[in-house]
Design a binder for this molecule. Sequence first.
Ligand code: ATP
Ligand code: MG
Length: 266
Amino acid sequence: MALDDINLTIRAGETLAIIGHTGSGKSTLITHLNGLLKAQSGTVIFEGKDIWADKKELKNIRFKIGLCFQYPEYQLFEETVYKDIAFGPKNMGLDEKEIDRRVRQSLAYMDLPESYLERSPFDLSGGQKRKIALAGILAMQPDILVLDEPTAGLDPAARNNLFDLIRSYKEQSGTTVVFVSHSMEDVANLADRIVVMNKGKIAMEGAPEEVFQHADELLAIGLNVPAITKIFLGLQKNGYPFQTVYTVEDAVKILKPLIGGDTLDA
Ligand SMILES: Nc1ncnc2c1ncn2[C@@H]1O[C@H](COP(=O)(O)OP(=O)(O)OP(=O)(O)O)[C@@H](O)[C@H]1O
Ligand SMILES: [Mg+2]
């Protein structure tokens, strides 16, 4: 069995990160969220209802829970960027005017100019294709945005850029975001809460400052903590009574008064 004994509540408006070593069940878990996979036992409740209770409703659920697969750019198929982004809203049965509004808005969320709309998606770079695929999901205006390793395979600059765009989309829309990531830094910077998967089960769950306290347990299941957290845990072990820190920003707040604030630029 790929998953076992999963009890997970996703809170409205939160940003939830799912971490776990390769094969731990992260992708399997998120494909259950919108009913692409059906669990042999157990239920997925969305807005108070079992998503499988009414099969006709399941289609609507898939509009409300927008799932972006790992490497979504491989699923682009239309001849123009416009048509690709419009595909989801069209399926929802929206009128042309609303589709057009959403296509342009979603492209803007991904910080791409409108001149892209008439281009072929196949002429774009990998990172640009990824943004188009993501825009296609945003255009459905899902209540929950689920992203499976959204920055996998991108270079550091493109990763930071995409994460910034996801963060600002979240701030503007208030959408609940669930994302899978292998980068502890990205998780620390974005997540309100973390779920740690191991062998198909939830091994740990909590706010970043709680989960990253357990560096030894995380290491034991093939994971890590952010580099800055490692440094602070090391200092604690050597008798320095620092609190655990998991972003560089927080580290600066602690160190600035100790080192002399004026020379450091936070
Ligand atoms: N439909 C399925 N039925 C049974 N087992 C599956 C199914 N899909 C995947 N698995 C198995 O479930 C386990 C978890 O796979 P999954 O793809 O969810 O891992 P993951 O955590 O997303 O890994 P990665 O970080 O490599 O993407 C693997 O051992 C896989 O072989
Ligand atoms: Mg996966």
